[in-house]
Design a protein around this ligand. Structure first.
Ligand code: 4NP
Length: 160
């Protein structure tokens, strides 16, 4: 069996956007029967929430759409940039922060903004929902469901 393609989603706290991206992507990959071909994880640029389950508001909103979020938060490491094939960040702040782990400037091509893969939404970032209301979580999921389809199309074109 070929080595799985390794995909990492990154946000600030790793308790809202990136674990939701992980759950949405996992649902999609399961539907397509590609679970063994694509490995999906998430991380945060900050480590404050390490070890925690995703935010309950995010879990509930995702569950209502059929996505189970059960990962535990962790902070990104420099090795992640070496080990993952694609690192998708949610906003410009994440992009800047993740690039600080790329001390040798070797991994720029695999660090990309998630919204590049959206086709139905014009947003350039997935906005941080943490301090807002319920609608913010729904918008996050709308963007993630759109972009994850594009991510899957992108990855599928690279799988042998
Ligand atoms: P996330 O959201 O980056 O989508 O996980 C946040 C979660 C927690 C905090 C900020 C953003 N916080 O400041 O604790």
């Amino acid at each position: 069996m070929a080595t799985p393609y390794r995909l990492l989603f990154v946000c600030l706290g790793n308790i809202c956007r990136s674990p939701a991206a992980e759950g949405v992507m996992r649902s999609l990959v399961e539907t397509k029967g590609l679970t063994d071909r694509i490995s999906i994880r998430s991380a945060g640029t900050g480590g404050w929430h390490a070890g925690k389950l995703p935010d309950q508001r995010m879990r509930t909103a995702a569950q209502n759409r059929g996505h189970d979020l059960s990962s535990r938060a962790r902070q990104i490491t420099e090795n992640d940039l070496r080990d993952y094939d694609l690192v998708l960040v949610m906003d410009q702040l994440n992009l800047r922060d993740v690039r600080t782990y790329d001390s040798g400037s070797q991994f720029g091509a695999k660090i990309r903004l998630f919204c590049e893969f959206c086709t139905e939404h014009q947003e350039s970032e997935v906005p941080d929902p943490y301090y807002g209301g319920e609608q913010g979580f729904e918008l996050v999921l709308d963007l993630l469901e759109d972009g994850c389809r594009g991510v899957l199309a992108h990855i599928s074109s690279t799988l042998a």
